[in-house]
Design a protein around this ligand. Structure first.
Ligand code: ADE
Length: 245
């Protein structure tokens, strides 16, 4: 899968795209990146990419012409690709959205800066805005990196077999259960006995209960859409009645 990323700060991407799992995905040819510096598409000799907003107010708006020229090149290189726009007012990025995007052959991601980008860019390219959370970043670069990481790791083959995405938080609609590794006791804190028991059925049951417990405490709204069994509902009822294990 190839990501076409439009930014004023391409240098920001060097670390995340060359490190760890995503870096390995690039090396193995499963992931590809093309970075476009929006400033290279400015029309004047000062290479201006922003201007004051019509209607007044603070901040600067990214100009329509350089971004359009840059997007025209990116969409020429990636015909038919979806165009995404990092923005705090976008649709919240979810695991489901990441999994859907991971099936695309190419996507184009625009990183906004300043107060925003000229709205006509979004209209011209039917760009879909996405947000990585209810807070405002100085620009869309970090959001684009989050998207690349969340999507890239779901591209088949990018995760090794020991790094399976099947069992993790959100893939089942719940927060994940707690993890432990050796030693069995550290500073008086013991690993839950059941995990040392070798009883796989009991381990699975404990993990499911812990996932339900964590989700109901930290993100109860996830329970409304999670895929819950009758046994899950019984466990949740028990937890509500104060029977937390
Ligand atoms: N740009 C600035 N803030 C952002 C956010 N929360 N998500 C995506 N892009 C952004």
């Amino acid at each position: 899968m190839k990501f076409h990323i439009l930014t004023l700060f391409p240098e920001m991407f060097a670390g995340p795209l060359s490190t760890s799992i995503i870096g390995r995905g690039v090396e193995s040819g499963l992931l590809g990146f093309e970075l476009y510096n929006i400033r290279d598409y400015a029309l004047d000799r000062h290479r201006t990419v922003d201007d004051a907003p019509y209607g007044g107010g603070a901040g600067m708006v990214m100009k329509v012409e350089p971004l359009t020229a840059c997007l025209e090149e990116a969409t020429r290189n990636a015909p038919g690709a979806r165009v995404l726009l990092a923005s705090p007012r976008g649709t919240p990025l979810t695991q489901k959205m990441a999994a859907e995007l991971a099936t695309e052959r190419e996507i184009v991601v625009v990183c906004g800066r300043y107060e925003g980008i000229d709205e006509r860019v979004r209209e011209l390219f039917s760009a879909v805005e996405f947000s990585i959370g209810d807070y405002v970043l100085t620009g869309g670069e970090l959001a684009a990196m989050v998207l690349v990481d969340a999507v890239g790791r779901l591209v088949p083959g990018v995760l090794g077999s020991s790094e399976s995405a099947e069992d993790e938080s959100f893939s089942a609609g719940l927060l994940e259960y707690p993890h432990y590794t050796r030693p069995p006791e550290f500073r008086g804190l013991k690993v839950p006995e059941v995990l040392l028991s070798g009883n796989h059925k009991e381990i699975a049951r404990w993990r499911r209960t812990q996932a339900l417990l964590k989700t109901s405490r930290i993100r109860p709204s996830l329970l409304e859409t999670a895929d819950l069994t009758g046994e899950d509902l019984r466990v949740l009822q028990e937890l509500e009645q104060g029977g937390a294990r």
